[in-house]
Design a protein around this ligand. Structure first.
Ligand code: NDP
Length: 334
């Protein structure tokens, strides 16, 4: 269905250029009408290179445009809070990058203000849009491997030189808020549940500045005494990402499925051997934008809501607290 939707990009970012502009334009009626950058030169170059008709350095100016219905926020993490609040108060729907904010209090406030202003808030947790994870979710829901015992997510890679900016210093970066937060969201999506407590150990100083995490091993305890391990990192070349979900009757295995690209396989291994599940891959960001567009035109929810973004942030910060204190931390979600 065609929904004319004018978008403003808040942030002249890599992720907007690589994925989101295309995903907006893939929606019938989806148009990118403006971009905000803190630099006139960067904004002009970004607008020219991506065929965007208007650029500005003024948030107020962008938000006052009547031809903009929704904004996509992909600035540095510390700016997401104030930009979301301003956009909501201007009556614009908000698809915000993760982490929603740097504190749970701020993220909750974003949800509250968006609700009060009657605009949709989505969190761009892309992985729950993957055909692989949707298939795994369906298999868990159908009880395919019986009562669940344990799981593991491995999502460590080597951070490309071009990305070694804010991610490896104290500007809201570190692997937990940058990448492990996606693993947390994926687990919440797969299990339809939140963990009750977490324990983590981290590494730093191999690639990130000392004190900023560039590796993590964590354990999340879910209801029914299910334990899930996460390994994330910026310093590991050549590791395939994957998920394993172990139940009393078998194991669900997702390989190469922690990617932005529509790739990967899912198989089930049980008493009859291992069989691959047929999948029809699609672009993860196209699906995210489709669900978000439907949500702002009155049909359902974004793939990940604002509340999902609050939960993934709260759990990510619990992991960080555990690593810093050496204690298992209870997860107490609002
Ligand atoms: P970038 O580093 O590309 O962009 C972030 C900000 O950095 C931009 O808003 C821009 O500011 C500024 N910037 C960009 N280039 C330069 C430069 N050459 N010199 C100085 N400043 C520059 O970030 P990413 O695209 O990697 O990430 C943006 C957000 O998206 C983050 O919140 C991240 O967590 C999230 N993300 C999400 C992904 C997903 O799949 N869900 C994937 C990757 C990132 P300005 O706008 O003022 O020009």
């Amino acid at each position: 269905m065609t929904h004319p939707t004018g978008w403003g990009l808040i942030g002249a970012s890599n992720v907007a250029r690589e994925w989101i502009i295309d995903a907006i334009r893939a929606q019938p009626g989806g148009e990118v009408r403006a971009v905000l950058s803190s630099s006139t030169e960067r904004g002009a170059a970004f607008a020219r290179d991506n065929d965007i008709p208007y650029h500005t350095t003024s948030l107020d100016e962008l938000l006052s445009r009547p031809d903009i219905d929704a904004v996509y926020i992909s600035t540095n993490n510390r700016l997401h809070f104030e930009q979301t609040i301003a956009a909501a108060r201007a009556g614009k729907h908000v698809l915000c990058e993760k982490p929603l904010a740097l504190s749970v209090e701020d993220a909750n406030e974003m949800v509250r203000v968006c609700r009060a202003c009657d605009v949709v808030l989505g969190t761009n947790h892309h992985l729950r849009n993957a055909a692989t994870h949707i298939a795994i979710h369906g298999m868990i829901e159908d009880g395919r491997v019986g009562r669940l015992i344990a799981g593991r997510v491995f999502h460590a890679n080597f951070l490309a030189a071009a990305l070694q900016g804010w991610r490896v210093n104290d500007q809201g970066g570190g692997v937990i808020l940058d990448s492990t937060i996606h693993d947390i969201d994926t687990l919440r999506f797969l299990f339809d549940q939140d963990p009750v407590s977490v324990f983590a150990m981290t590494q730093s100083g191999r690639l990130a500045q000392d004190g900023i995490e560039d590796g993590i091993m964590a354990v999340l305890r879910f209801p029914d005494d299910m334990l899930v391990q996460i390994h994330g990192g910026y310093t590991v070349p050549y590791s395939p990402g994957g998920v394993e979900i172990m139940g009393e009757r078998g194991v669900i295995i997702g390989r190469d499925c922690m990617s932005q690209r529509p790739i990967g396989t899912v198989s089930v291994r049980d008493g009859d051997g291992e069989r691959e599940i047929p999948l029809k891959h699609h672009n993860l960001y196209h699906r995210a934008l489709e669900l978000f567009t439907d949500a702002i035109h009155g049909g359902g929810l974004p793939a990940a809501t604002g509340e999902d973004g609050v939960a993934s942030l709260a759990i990510a910060l619990a992991l960080r607290e555990s690593a810093r204190t050496g204690r298992e931390i209870g997860v107490d979600l609002p």
